[in-house]
Structure formats: C-alpha cells, structure tokens
Design a protein. Structure first.
Length: 236
C-alpha cells in the first residue's frame, strides 16, 4: 500500500434512527458477524495507515455507543449528533476545528452504515484528491436504465440519459475549513444538503469523482443487511 506522509481524520455521522430498517434500535447498531455495523465501519477506517482519528457524532440520548469497545479507544472521539445528517457532520467539523485544525487541514466524511469500505478505495480517494489538489467523493457510474416518475405518481414520465451519471458514495473528502463554511452557508440559505459534495457545489466547488467499488453499500433497507454480511464474508 502507498505510504501516506499526511494523516487524516474522519467524521462519521451516526445519529440517525434508521426508520426504513424497521427495527427497534438504530441500524448502525445492528449486528454483522458478531459486531455492530458501526464497529465494522470505524474499524475499517482506522485500519487505513493514513487515518489517525475518527469522530463519531451520535445523538445525546444514544444508549448503545457507550457499550461498544470502540467508545474507549484513544483514536475515537464522540460528539453530539444533530437532527439531520448535516448537523451531525457540522458537530464533528466543529470539534476538529477547535482541537485539530492544524493537524488535519483535510477531512473525510463517511456514512456510519457503510461497513464494507475497502482500504483500496480509501487510498484511491486520498491519492486522487491530493494529486488534483481538489476535494472529491467516491462514486460508481450508473449502470441501469434510469426512469423519472411523474410528480406524485408511480407512472414513468421519461427515461433519463445515464451517460455521465454517477451514484455518490462515501467517504467524501474536502478541506476542513471550506467544508465547514459550505455546510454553514447551506443551512443559512436553507438549501437542501444531501451530502457534503452538494454543499460544496452550491458555493462553486467542483469536486472530482473517484471510481469506487459497487459493494461499498449503505445499509438502508432490511434486505441490505444480508448483502452487507455477504460482502464482509468475501472480504475476509
């Protein structure tokens, strides 16, 4: 693996409740191979030689995180998460700005429910962003035919040209100060912030797309759990 002279911190927003999973507790605490999804995610991140610190944003009423062994790790910091993803990411960025701004001028943000991230994808993102001196995101090209539905209807309105369309993944990597500014600006403008890249785009930034693996799935629906379990088995 490439030697990385620069080290990085990662913010992991983990304050969601995961309603679509139809479970009694947040999806990041569901079990896969004897560990929670969140534990797999954080362990994968910290296994990369360029990542020194993971900042996990969880809700103040979270009763599960403190029971995990990673809660006691020196390289894992817990901060208060917010109502929306952007609030949790901002909380992590505020912590880094106050305590590690000089140490980590660039930051990665990764979904708590993406436990199948590979070391190769992390390396590719860091390397290509550094080479381009530009923030970027992991993404995969759209393969399937895309349809647009009529507003408020299940009927097809049109077929969307899939050329140059990509599925956005995480991690997403940007300069710490610029990302914090973009998110704050987006909230002030009441913009719809779907991910970190969308906030950066709104202030005129053009992030690069770094091709990642399609098995870097986000556990969102109940059927995703079995798929993630399979991918983790294969990686072992």
């Amino acid at each position: 693996m490439t030697d990385f002279p620069t080290r990085f911190a990662v913010v992991v927003p983990a304050a969601g409740v995961g309603k679509r999973m139809q479970t009694h507790h947040p999806k990041q605490y569901l079990s896969l191979h004897g560990k929670t999804i969140l534990e797999h995610t954080v362990t994968n991140l910290l296994a990369h030689p360029a990542i020194e610190l993971v900042v996990v944003a969880v809700s103040d009423g979270d009763e599960y995180f403190s029971e995990l062994s990673l809660a006691k790790a020196d390289n894992v910091v817990r901060v208060s998460g917010g109502q929306e993803r952007v609030d949790s990411v901002l909380s992590g960025l505020q912590y880094l700005s106050q305590h590690h701004a000089e140490q980590y001028p660039w930051v990665l943000v990764h979904d708590a429910a993406r436990p199948c991230l590979t070391q190769q994808d992390v390396s590719a993102l860091i390397e290509q962003c550094q080479q381009a001196q530009c923030g970027g995101i992991l993404a995969t090209p759209v393969r399937d035919t895309m349809k647009r539905a009529r507003s408020g209807s299940a009927h097809i309105e049109s077929t969307v040209d899939r050329d140059n369309l990509w599925h956005a993944l995480t991690p997403q990597m940007f300069p710490l100060a610029e990302l914090k500014h973009a998110l704050l600006d987006g909230l002030e403008q009441q913009s719809i912030i779907t991910d970190e890249a969308s906030a950066m785009e709104a202030i005129g930034y053009q992030p690069i797309l770094v091709k990642g693996r399609a098995d870097n799935i986000k556990v969102t629906q109940p059927e995703d759990l079995a798929l993630a379990e399979f991918f983790l088995s294969q990686s072992r």
